[in-house]
Design a protein around this ligand. Structure first.
Ligand SMILES: *[C@@H]1O[C@H](CO)[C@@H](O)[C@H](O)[C@H]1NC(C)=O
Ligand SMILES: *[C@@H]1O[C@H](CO)[C@@H](O)[C@H](O)[C@H]1NC(C)=O
Length: 439
């Protein structure tokens, strides 16, 4: 808390009067799947509304891509047929907020057609017109202001430890032809993406619709994005610079999932940090104003083993994949911010042992890499957990970084994993608020 206050003071002194500061984007992702969660995790439009004051854009996730015809379609018709409308109606109360529909993300999972987004790029002008026409009609019919492309392109290969093979690796095995070549046709795909997005933009503009893009975690911008040529096709570009390491991708080592700067001491891949990713786009002539930095409202949690040691200092060795799912989020290895907060020492859990014993928090005093919390494995080798996350304080540090770099703003991913009920400290959407305050 002290660091937050110091920062606050510094910025109060350093900030130019609001009238002269360019308005920053705060792009809020809304995953409609959160409407279907159980218990405290269910996010209703009435909860959502409490955050919308802070959002310049709301991005509704996700629509999918039909593998044969390349049409954009609703992934959950039963929900979307009323929910699109419900969400778009919120614009009446927040008229300055734009609502976009996003295609892809990690929701459009299609195991039979894992490469369909590459298929779209390769399909040529006639098939791509199906994408364009179906997208425009879906947007217009439901009152959206724009489209967001969050294409599932092949990811950077995770570093291997002990030559073991993770599940993500197996899934994409087809496209790995060698140790470093994930997509042998990447340069063709890059050209195709440029042309496709140019045509898409022209068509959307004619219909008074906006276009943005979102670079998913670990999609390698060097391979797929010809930055100088595509930058003007988009109103803004969201860099989801987190999940550089995850328990699925890197089951046997745990590390900061979204550091701002490259941690120096150890042998790490140089591109797994925010500074590298942002600089890549800037060095390739993307105006800083176009870029929104992605900040996650969830953390990634690994299982610590007796061989992972007690200190928790990353890189943590010999972890054993994802820690058990949180009660609310129900995804192994992923904990929402309120779930992480509940595991920190408090009056209730102080006496708990075993799987409910509180975690030890380690705050990054250098404000460069992020915070983590841990509970080493017990004498039976059980209940070990190591979690890397951004709390409201560290999200604020990232927002300050965005200002310093002169970026366009922040893309928050996503609202449903922020503490929208105020369970942690009583403040609702604390991460969103902290970002807005420092932006
Ligand atoms: C274009 O879209 C914007 C918002 O997305 C709206 O305010 C404006 O009225 C639209 N213009 C036309 C001509 O439809
Ligand atoms: C893409 O991957 C290569 C290594 O395969 C790496 O050298 C490069 O920095 C990556 N680019 C980005 C933008 O992460």
């Amino acid at each position: 808390m002290r660091s937050l206050c110091t920062l606050l003071l510094l910025f109060a002194l350093a900030q130019p009067p609001a009238a002269f500061a360019a308005e920053k984007n705060l792009v809020c992702f809304y995953d409609s799947a959160s409407y279907l969660r159980q218990g405290f995790a269910k996010l209703l439009p009435s909860d959502l509304e409490l955050g919308l004051n802070f959002c310049s854009h709301l991005i509704y996730g996700y629509a999918g891509l039909k593998p044969q015809t390349f049409e954009v379609f609703s992934l959950n018709v039963d929900l979307d047929m009323f929910h699109y409308h419900e969400i778009v109606l919120l614009k009446a109360k927040y008229p300055k907020m734009k609502v976009f529909l996003s295609v892809g993300g990690d929701r459009d999972v299609d195991e039979a057609n894992p490469l369909k987004y590459l298929g779209l790029l390769e399909s040529g002008r006639a098939d791509q017109q199906n994408f364009i026409d179906s997208a425009i009609s879906l947007l217009k019919r439901n009152g959206f202001d724009g489209l967001d492309l969050a294409f599932q392109l092949p990811r950077n290969k995770p570093r291997k430890v002990h030559g073991s093979v993770g599940s993500v690796w197996k899934q994409f095995k087809k496209i790995f032809t060698g140790d470093y070549v994930v997509d042998p046709l990447a340069s063709e795909h890059k050209e195709q993406y440029t042309e496709f997005t140019q045509n898409l933009r022209t068509a959307l503009q004619r219909s008074n619709l906006s276009l943005s893009m979102t670079v998913l975690p670990n999609v390698n911008s060097t391979w797929y994005f010809d930055v100088p040529k595509i930058k003007n096709n988009f109103e803004f570009i969201n860099l989801l610079a987190f999940d550089f390491l995850t328990p699925e991708r890197n089951p046997e080592e745990a590390d900061y999932t979204a550091p701002i700067y490259p941690p120096v001491e150890q042998n790490r891949l140089p591109h797994y940090n925010i500074e590298f990713q942002v600089d890549y786009w800037l060095q390739n002539q993307c105006p800083a104003q176009k870029l929104n930095l992605g900040i996650a409202t969830y953390g990634r949690a690994w299982k610590m083993t007796p061989n992972s040691g007690f200190s928790g200092a990353p890189v943590v060795p010999e972890t054993d994949g994802p820690a058990p799912a949180g009660l609310q989020s129900q995804i192994p290895g992923l904990l929402s911010w309120p779930e992480i907060c509940a595991k920190m020492p408090n009056k209730v859990n102080a006496e708990y042992r075993g799987e409910n014993a509180p975690l030890r928090k380690v705050t990054d005093l250098q404000q460069r890499y992020g915070n983590y919390a841990l509970r080493p494995a017990d004498d039976n080798g059980e209940h070990g957990i190591w979690v890397s996350y951004d709390d409201p304080d560290f999200a604020a540090i990232k927002a300050s970084y965005v200002r310093t770099k002169g970026l366009g703003g922040v893309a928050l991913y996503d609202l449903s994993y922020d503490d929208f009920r105020g369970l942690c400290t009583g403040s609702r959407f604390p991460i969103l608020r902290a970002i807005k305050h420092f932006l």
